[in-house]
Design a protein around this ligand. Structure first.
Ligand code: PMP
Length: 392
């Protein structure tokens, strides 16, 4: 690491050197042919990575919250009903955004570390007509992974639009937007997409675009309005110059670089790499006697949420981690905030990064007085990874 601290939070992540170098290329005009090509190619690559060949991709300057805002602003009109499935902090954020645009929401909230039962969701869809359903693929506050496929199928069965918050999942967890019938899959650049913060990215299905076109009232956010952005995306897809708001040129050059790296690795390989590393990491952590926030069946592969040992000082542990050159994130979900920490392992992450992280975890646990067998976490990780690699 040459004196640099290893960034192991759930976004921003460690970026590939080629992506960082791409950011440093002289900024060009957003209307010159070479940039138009980069933008157009990025939109085409998004459709591949989202597995949505007929979807409408959007690349807009902003963070993941803007991508959520865009879905809500464009698809909701005052009084529309939305079923919000929450597996943590970001589910509730979606509810707040939707309500800002006048939606009448129903929140189905999972117990901490759990998912909401499909039967409970179906029951809700049966007793009331909803326009839209939102859910979080990986809630970054709990590390809970939701399987989007059956949920999207349920939404289709009841003729409800589905919106997937994939901020902590796209390009790290499996997503087949078109096959599964998800209407909007949204994300941000700084996570498994592997580009510094600043891009809101989403792909809308043709059904979502139709629902937007059929609105009776104007979109209540000027910046989020697809009426402003859709012609721009179309123009770049058709390699024509256009302008609505100046695009973040350097970030989009970096985006194309990262999307090419992702396509080159191959989605299947990339998802399986995330699964192997996450599984071996979880085995390592539990072998140290620590407990995970999510139940085993719904643990994410892009990050892991871990309870501090009982009676230990979490702030002191995180400070020791930083002193050991690894930055991890503290808790986020208010109910349990002070009791757990989060390790991001997505994008360019390698087994070497995780080994360095486990080593720092062991050193920091020891420093806060936790009793365990030193080396146990490292050797469990090695054994688990070797076993998983052999199964490939
Ligand atoms: N949804 C999820 C699942 C997230 O993890 C985040 C960011 N941690 C957001 C939404 C919001 O994204 P941003 O911070 O980029 O606005």
């Amino acid at each position: 690491m040459k004196g640099r601290k290893l960034l192991m939070i759930p976004g921003p992540i460690e970026f590939e050197p080629e992506v960082i170098s791409a950011m440093a290329v002289a900024t060009t005009s957003h209307a010159v042919p070479n940039f138009i090509e980069v933008f157009g190619n990025s939109l085409a690559l998004m459709k591949k990575i989202w597995m949505a060949p007929n979807g409408q991709p959007f690349i807009v300057a902003g963070s993941g919250t803007l991508a959520m805002d865009m879905a809500a602003a464009n698809l909701v009109e005052k009084g529309d009903t939305v079923l919000v499935i929450s597996t943590g902090y970001f589910g509730e954020r979606f509810r707040d955004i939707l309500e800002r645009y006048g939606a009448k929401t129903t929140l189905l909230k999972a117990a901490i570390g759990e998912t909401v039962d499909l039967a409970v969701i179906e029951e809700a869809l049966k007793i009331k007509n909803y326009k839209m359903l939102t859910f979080t693929h990986v809630d970054t506050s709990t590390g809970v992974l939701v399987n989007p496929e059956p949920l999207a199928k349920l939404a289709n069965k009841y003729n409800v639009l589905s919106v997937l918050d994939g901020v902590c999942s796209v390009a790290g967890e499996e997503i087949r937007q078109e096959e599964w019938g998800v209407d909007v899959v949204l994300t941000a650049s700084q996570k498994a997409i592997g580009v510094p913060p600043g891009l809101a990215l989403l792909v809308a299905s043709q059904r979502a675009m139709k629902a937007w076109k059929a609105r009776k009232t104007p979109v209540l956010s000027y910046y989020s309005d697809w009426a402003n952005w859709y012609p721009i995306m179309k123009a770049y897809e058709e390699r024509r110059p256009s302008y609505f708001g100046t695009p973040p040129v350097n970030l989009i050059v970096a985006l194309e670089t990262s999307l090419k790296i992702i396509a080159h690795e191959g989605l299947k390989n990339r998802i399986e790499r995330h699964q192997r590393l996450a599984s071996a990491f979880r085995a390592s952590i539990t072998s140290l006697g620590l407990k995970l926030v999510p139940g085993d069946k719904q643990a994410a592969n892009t990050l892991t949420a871990i309870y501090y040992p009982e009676n230990s000082n979490g702030a002191e542990f995180c400070a020791k981690m930083a002193a050991n050159d690894v930055i991890v994130a503290g808790g986020l979900l208010s109910e349990i905030k002070a009791t757990y920490f989060r390790v991001g392992h997505m994008g360019s992450v390698s087994s070497k990064d995780i080994i360095a992280t486990i080593s720092a975890i062991e050193q920091s646990l020891d420093a806060v007085g936790y009793k365990f067998e030193i080396g146990q976490g490292l050797s469990t990780f090695q054994r688990a990874l070797i076993r998983l690699e052999a199964l490939r």
